[in-house]
Design a protein around this ligand. Structure first.
Ligand code: ATP
Length: 310
């Protein structure tokens, strides 16, 4: 086999994300919702290492709770590697090692980052040279957040969140993430939102068919201004996540009382993301929330998407 393979090992780093804006449109006939998302890739990253093998296998280590991560064919990294092999006609396999630092089922796209990292790592390992647009197409087939984990930076996602366009952004935003010791499956949070909208159909304005990201969010990102962004952040899934996990309300209150400019449930939760004014404020917030027994990590954004580590 050795002669066919140029690399003995490839390592890729891919970022988790925070949705600084997430609007959920009305439910479509296929059950999915159109969304409008402003994504920011953050410095909480996954590392994926691949080595050649005859079959496909995965092992998972890392700094976050790992009990909910499958280590068989259900792992999205294996699905990504198999999809690439199928598309390119590659006949071998890969042994995949994931080092996880993005909370599992935390609303920060950790599985999506693993999928994106594995696509890039295997394409490099196998020298299959898949064009970028085809890689994005495979990413989309694996999950709505996977294309963004490949591209990183700051982007707007529409459709299911996977139709990406880059957003102008400058500066560095400082975040403190409060990790929960439980997960919230994304479909349950959407179901809760649908139930809420059905119960209150007569009182609330119907959801948009084609939601968009509001101008003040784009302006805040473009200006690199955390105070403006704090004012503009919004997540339509937050009320549903809080309904399912009322204890997150206390987390949000604690962060805002400890100097955060604003707190927001990240994606479908249960991670809560706090935006700080600068590095010093983020460090102070991290200390205050740790003292209140919360499990917190600090990160910055935006960072680049999946990249091979030399
Ligand atoms: P998103 O924000 O994209 O909805 P998330 O961050 O909430 O995702 P993930 O941690 O990406 O959640 O995915 C969690 C689900 O995916 C769990 O049901 C888990 O069992 C399954 N899964 C499959 N592969 C992986 C992986 N490599 N890492 C984490 N979870 C995985």
């Amino acid at each position: 086999m050795g002669g066919r393979i140029g690399h003995r090992e490839v390592q890729v780093k891919a970022p988790g994300k925070v949705n600084v804006f997430l609007r959920v449109g009305s439910q479509q006939a296929d059950g999915y919702h159109d969304v409008a998302i402003a994504y920011q890739a953050v410095s909480l990253c996954e590392r994926v290492r691949v080595v050649p093998a005859d079959e496909f296998a995965v092992e998972v280590t890392g700094s976050v709770e790992l009990s909910r991560v499958p280590s068989d064919d259900r792992n999205i990294a294996i699905r990504a590697a198999k999809l690439l092999a199928e598309r390119t006609g590659y006949r071998g396999g890969a042994r995949i090692s994931i080092e996880k630092h993005v909370p599992v089922t935390g609303g920060m796209g950790g599985g999506s980052a693993d999928a994106a990292a594995t696509l890039l790592a295997c394409d490099t390992l196998w020298e299959t040279g898949l064009p970028r647009d085809e890689m994005l197409e495979l990413a989309r087939a694996l999950g709505a957040d996977v294309p963004f984990a490949l591209t990183g930076g700051t982007a707007i996602g529409t459709g299911r969140g996977d139709e990406l366009s880059p957003a102008l952004a400058q500066g560095i935003f400082h975040w403190v993430f409060a990790l929960a010791d439980f997960g919230l499956p994304t479909p349950e949070v959407y179901a809760e939102l649908d139930a809420h909208r059905a119960r209150h159909a007569t009182e609330i304005t119907p959801a948009d068919d084609a939601p968009t990201v509001e101008a003040d969010v784009l302006q805040a990102l473009r200006a690199g201004n955390p105070r403006m962004l704090a004012e503009a952040m919004r997540n339509d899934l937050q009320a549903a996540a809080l309904h399912l996990s009322p204890q997150l309300t206390r987390t949000l209150e604690l962060g805002e009382a400890s100097g955060a400019l604003a707190g927001i449930v990240s994606g479908s939760g249960p991670t809560v993301a706090f935006l700080a004014a600068d590095l010093d404020a983020a460090l102070e917030l991290q200390v205050a929330l740790s003292a209140a027994q919360l499990n917190v990590v600090r990160a910055t954004g935006p960072v680049h998407g999946a990249r091979v580590i030399e």
